[in-house]
Design a protein around this ligand. Structure first.
Ligand SMILES: C[S@@+](CC[C@H](N)C(=O)[O-])C[C@H]1O[C@@H](n2cnc3c(N)ncnc32)[C@H](O)[C@@H]1O
Length: 270
């Protein structure tokens, strides 16, 4: 199986997505969609962005490489009674069944950044956006001190080096790289704008409980713990992540967790 697909079908990302709903809704409201806006959510997971965007009246297609997340998304659309929202399996590097210029807005929040071959991903996103339309990406930022960048940084110290030629997903969080990638898809630099925004992970229970969800259900963290266990270092990884989650928690309630994380919002005018 495609290793990218295997990574995201591992565990159950819906457990992490359940902590992302509040920010997903806020992000959807910020997209400026209205009734009938045609939206593609790429790397949509179970619909953290896609579902609230459809609630605002947009006609939304969610595409994700992970079959289990596509199924979960379709279940959520049905439960919500949203006939203007559907999910299908697909690869951001090669959007085979998606016609050229077919969307007003292509959105990808912490989604397409995880696909291999970023130059192809940029070209595909531009190809399926209509002229005059927009692309909005949310990408984690390498070296950022907040939660997700730090989880990925700490985890990388416990996992074997990636295969030669591997391009870090985090480079989608570097403005110069993003500009070069979209430049390869004929987008001029002045058509691209950047902003730093915050996405918050919320759940009941202490930060250690949220970490347990990552350890048990989030593919990249599961892989890091598997590698750390083999090297006899799982306790060290647990300790480092425990410290991080506790330090980043901003909840005023002792029985709840609320952890903000900074991301790079990229907007491309096509
Ligand atoms: C961190 S999750 C984010 C999911 C969702 N956007 C959200 O905010 O909840 C990353 C998502 O990207 C998807 N993904 C990774 N590589 C992909 C690819 N090549 N094509 C499509 N989706 C991909 C994963 O399956 C996963 O659902």
């Amino acid at each position: 199986m495609n290793p990218n697909q295997a990574l995201w079908e591992k565990g159950d990302f819906t457990r992490i997505a359940a902590t992302m709903r509040r920010s997903g809704e806020a992000l959807a409201r910020s997209l400026g969609v209205g009734s009938g806006t045609k939206v593609l959510d790429l790397g949509c997971g179970d619909g953290t962005t896609a579902l609230p965007t459809a609630r605002l009246g947009a006609d939304v297609l969610g595409v994700d490489i992970a079959r289990n997340l596509v199924d979960a998304g379709n279940r959520r659309a049905k439960e919500a009674g949203l006939s203007n929202l559907r999910f299908q399996q697909g690869d951001a590097t090669e959007l085979r069944d998606v016609p050229d210029r077919s969307f007003d807005l292509v959105v990808s929040i912490f989604g397409a950044m995880f696909a291999p071959r970023p130059a192809d991903v940029a070209k595909q996103m531009v190809r399926v956006t209509r002229p005059g339309g927009r692309i909005v990406m949310g990408n984690w930022i390498p070296g950022d001190p907040t939660l997700v960048a730090q989880i990925l940084k700490i985890s990388s110290a416990y996992t074997p080096p990636p295969p030669e030629g591997f391009v870090s997903p985090m480079l989608w969080g570097v403005e110069k790289e993003v500009t070069a990638r979209f430049g390869g898809a004929d987008i001029a630099p002045e058509k691209i704008s950047f902003a730093r925004e915050t996405f918050t992970f919320d759940c009941e229970g202490p930060p250690a409980g949220l970490l347990a969800e990552f350890r048990t259900y989030y593919g990249p963290t599961m892989n890091a713990f598997e590698a750390a266990e083999k090297a006899g270092r799982a306790d060290d990884l647990q300790r480092e992540l425990d410290t991080l989650f506790a330090k980043e928690n901003r909840s005023a309630r002792p029985d709840a967790t609320s952890i903000p994380a900074t991301f790079l919002r990229v907007t491309v005018a096509v």
